[in-house]
Structures are given as C-alpha cells and as structure tokens.
Design a protein around this ligand. Structure first.
Ligand code: 5GP
Length: 189
C-alpha cells in the first residue's frame, strides 16, 4: 500500500535492525485518515469473504482494526492484556510472549463475545514472530469460531511470523512488508 509505505519512509524511526518505531501515526499519535485507508484496503484485499467480527489486541491494533470493522459494518473486539490474572471462568485466556517488551502477557477475551461458527478477521499493527496473532487465533479456535483471515499493517518479513502463519494454513494480507531494517534504513520487499 503506497500511502502507508510513504508514511513509513517519511516518519518511521529505525530503532535498531529489529525494531521500527511508528509512534507518530500508528502507535501513539494516530493518523485517522491513513487508518481509514488501511481499513478500506484490508476490506478490498479480503473481498469475497464474509466476516462476522474483527479481532485485535489492545492497544496498538485498535486504530486500524476499528476502521476495518467500520468498513465491514461488523463489531470489533480487542483482546485485553494482563500481566497476571487469576483464572476466571468467563474468559478465554492465552499467554503471549512479546519480543519487543520481553514479557509474557496474558491476553483475554470475554467468552460472551465469541460464538461457535463465527468467522473472524484478525487485525494487528505489526507482525514479527507471530506470537500475538497465534495467541488470538488459539482463542478464536477454542471458541469454535474460525480465523477467516489475518490482516497486518506492517509485516517484518525477516522475522518468522508470516511464514509460520502461512505454514499453519492461514491467509495473511500485509499492507507493508519490510525485508530489512539494516543500515538504519527501511527496505520494503
Ligand atoms: P509478534 O507477536 O508477531 O512477535 O509481534 C507483534 C507485536 O509486537 C505487535 O502487536 C506489536 O505491538 C509488537 N511489535 C513487534 N515488532 C514491532 C516493531 O518493530 N515496532 C513496534 N512498534 N511494535 C512491534
């Protein structure tokens, strides 16, 4: 997606060879017009499929996911992150490791918001090793619902998440695919 690539080139900050900072339009301050275009682009890429719900992970996935849900005219659920949690019967809980923050998070979704047979579109801001996305997929599947697609705003293709998700049989659509962050430079595939 050209507008997204242009924005990443212009405003993205390469922190090191593994991490890109995009806090001026996605992760802290948010560019609503760009997010709307991101949502519309996801809907275009998944044209022909039907979704009942969009699922993301708080907080950085919410901006692109709400625009996707608005365009699809379906509800958005955001999984919540908790550091530690005493198990509650009314929640789905999965443990997800964050390589950027180096912590394990428990992500939770209230059982009442996911029903068997529902077709769910997962949206996230970044795809690195696939931990967050696989965690959300495990919750969807344990609810008896289906992961009908995965939409990623920025895929770091040099980390293995995209390959692992595709190997697991999921359809992944990434709007920007980064081949390298070497030399303090973003190189798209
Ligand atoms: P994964 O779970 O695929 O390993 O990593 C994806 C999650 O980690 C995303 O939800 C995102 O919040 C965070 N993340 C991974 N890589 C980056 C990065 O380069 N920049 C930022 N800002 N977040 C990242």
């Amino acid at each position: 997606m050209k507008a997204l690539q242009d924005k990443i080139r212009q405003d993205g900050i390469v922190l090191n060879e593994k991490v890109l900072k995009v806090d001026s339009f996605l992760n802290h301050m948010v560019d609503p017009q760009l997010m709307l275009e991101v949502g519309q682009e996801f809907v275009k890429r998944f044209e022909g499929l039907t979704f009942d719900k969009v699922l993301t992970l708080e907080s950085s996935g919410i901006a692109p996911a709400i625009m996707t849900a608005l365009t699809l005219q379906v509800p958005l659920i955001f999984a919540r992150k908790h550091k530690s949690l005493t198990l509650q019967d009314d929640l789905y809980v999965e443990t997800v490791y964050s390589f950027t923050k180096q912590v394990h998070n428990e992500i939770t979704i209230a059982r009442k918001f996911l029903a068997p047979g529902e077709r769910v579109l997962i949206i996230d801001d970044f795809l690195a090793y696939g931990e967050a996305t696989f965690g959300m997929a495990r919750i969807i599947e344990s609810a008896g619902a289906t992961v009908s697609g995965i939409g990623i705003v920025i895929e770091k293709s040099f980390q293995e998440g995209a390959l692992k998700l595709k190997d697991a049989g999921y359809r992944v659509e990434s709007l920007a695919r980064i081949g390298s962050l070497a030399g303090e430079k973003v190189t798209f595939l």
